[in-house]
Design a protein around this ligand. Sequence first.
Ligand SMILES: [Mn+2]
Length: 380
Amino acid sequence: MSKLLHIADLHLGFAHRYLGTRADERADEAVRIFERIIDWACDPAQEISAILIAGDLFETHAPDSEVVGRVLAALGKAVSAQKQVVTLPGNHDEYSYPESVYRGQAERWPGILVTSPTPQRVASFDLDDAAVHLYSMAYTAGLSPDRLPQIDTQDADVVRIALLHGTLDAAPADRTYRIDSKTLRAAGIHYAALGHIHKPRETRLVEGLALYPGSPIGKGFDDPGVDHLVTVAFSGKRPVIERVPFPARCIESRQIDLARFDTFDALVTGLEERADPERIVQLRLTGPRPAGFDPDHLRGRLESAFYHLEVDDLSIEIAADEIASLEHQPTMRGLFTQLMHERLDEARAASDTEREACLKLALRQGLTAFEEVGARGRES
Ligand SMILES: [Mn+2]
């Protein structure tokens, strides 16, 4: 069976600054992940005959020349291995710029580079018995319309694929390139290979599917990436999706409720037991602090237990069951607690969960600040 590999949003050249001294190593690793993906696709056992790159291959329109060189070499290898390679610029690596890497390297770009500012057929190839027509456009400021225009498809008995970078059915306030699923349905698209949204997502079309494969390289705790690749085969004209595990470095945000630990040592031991020197981890500490709690000491003890560790200390100095009794105290702290509880009740009554979460955090941090002022008072 012949399949295509659909990837997007690799953002090669991204600086990964949040990793501090490991930033350069991680940026290099990102390019190696891309090289590994292409090697995987070139392995005959995977039966990949086409590689579609749906935008944001690079973090910027003018990435570092070493990164560009490695990308060209990898894609060149895929073309030599008879893979149909189609590269679409995205919004991070937009084609509009005169100094765009895609303009500079157009002559020697392996396979097909999409440069048309409006949708048109950019490739035709066979996947087993199915004839495939591929439609695409590279958003170009000043030349492209501000949302995807009608795609002109007059070919009856083929599989129609659209390769596009933008937001499917975006909210009106969303300023990214807008792709309406109605437009894809009207064009009879069987598979829309999309890029731009980094979380995997799929939407049914009439006969087919529009899909974001997700970013295979995480950029941080709010954009952790995915650990699989998406391949597409066709059964008749119906796309058959397969998600193939492709492990990459895990980026993970863990919330740790300190109420579960009676002592600071128990906390450190508990976290050490779940150590993993391959992982990028954020620990969000919440709840009441155990006796002897020292976040700097915690960081020091666990630093080498992870590839990179961030400790986000949202804990409170005071036991949870004490907070409720505080509001009856005739003190500034009591009044603060009482006012915050009133506001929390209002937020809950209005089902405003975002405000509720914000107020809870403000209450915890406010009470922690009172504790700190109290501690300074006792010292002096
Ligand atoms: Mn992107």
